[in-house]
Design a protein around this ligand. Structure first.
Ligand code: SAM
Length: 266
């Protein structure tokens, strides 16, 4: 499936290809990314180079991960980019970002992400959070609202808790569909994710936290007691000073970590 030819390339829907065309927005995003040579700069899905070119102007080297072989070919022969890029052709979801780590440098990762895989891709990147300084992503606006949501709101869920466990989340700017070719059907927004150097609420076992959060939000309308009865008793909720009659969306990251650590230690 494909649509609209752009700069001699037919945008492939299955790769979530919506290319940025608005120069003001591109400038703002590059400003937010703040490219430098003290970090390993990594772009996911460079596409036709809308962000790649201005970022590459500011740095000596830029690493990119792109799935589309045709786009990789274009990048390899691009007159300005070909000497600056380290190109990895493949799926960013399978990519081992730790292989990019250079001595004394953290990664600055960015990308206008394919929306169909943005959530699992962020979960994949959280596994490398310790070696990442900043992440800047263009996402569906709704996903940015979920990432940055506060407890007690409709947008607060599994993605919120896990993202805010690893990172400080800062919405950067909103981007309307007409800034892309072809325009996506949804509004977009750029988010900045800053992985914590020292996590405010460290958990003993990330797999336990992840499983607990998934289970707690299994049925959002139900109480914690109901969703978590297979792992926590009323006595344990009392011991943890957590009201089991609350719904998962009313529980803070700190409280989720408290429950997970209790489960790990018992
Ligand atoms: N960065 C370009 C821009 O802003 O105009 C392109 C953005 S487009 C929304 C998403 C890009 O990610 C496309 O180039 C697409 O081919 C690439 N892509 C899609 N799935 C991918 C994956 N699993 N791994 C790496 N790149 C992927």
């Amino acid at each position: 499936m494909s649509s609209k030819v752009h700069l001699g390339h037919t945008a492939r829907k299955r790769f979530g290809q919506n290319f940025l065309t608005d120069m003001n927005i591109i400038d703002s995003i590059v400003g937010a990314i703040s490219p430098d040579n003290d970090h390993t700069m990594v772009e996911i899905g460079p596409g036709l180079g809308a962000l790649t070119e201005p970022v590459a102007e500011d740095v000596e080297k830029l690493t990119v991960v792109e799935l589309d072989k045709d786009l990789v070919e274009r990048l390899k022969t691009h007159p300005f980019l070909k000497d600056k890029l380290e190109i990895h052709q493949g799926d960013a979801m399978q990519f081992d970002f730790s292989t990019l780590k250079e001595d004394g440098k953290k990664l600055k990762v960015f990308g206008n992400l394919p929306y169909n895989i943005s959530t699992p891709l962020m979960f994949h990147l959280f596994e490398f959070a310790e070696m990442i300084e900043t992440m800047h992503f263009m996402l569906q606006k709704e996903v940015v609202l979920r990432l940055s949501a506060s407890p007690g709101t409709k947008a607060y869920g599994r993605l919120t808790v896990m993202a805010q466990y690893y990172c400080q989340v800062v919405p950067v700017l909103e981007v309307p569909p007409e800034c892309f070719a072809p325009p996506p059907k949804v509004d977009s927004a750029v988010v900045r994710l800053l992985p914590y150097e020292v996590k405010p609420y460290p958990c003993d076992d990330i797999n336990v936290l992840s499983k607990l959060v998934t289970q707690a939000f299994g049925m959002r309308r139900k109480t914690l007691r109901n969703n978590l009865k297979s792992v926590l008793s009323d006595d344990e909720f009392a011991q943890l000073d957590i009201d089991a009659t609350l719904r998962p969306e009313q529980i803070s990251v700190e409280q989720f970590v408290k429950m997970a650590n209790h489960i790990c230690r018992k």
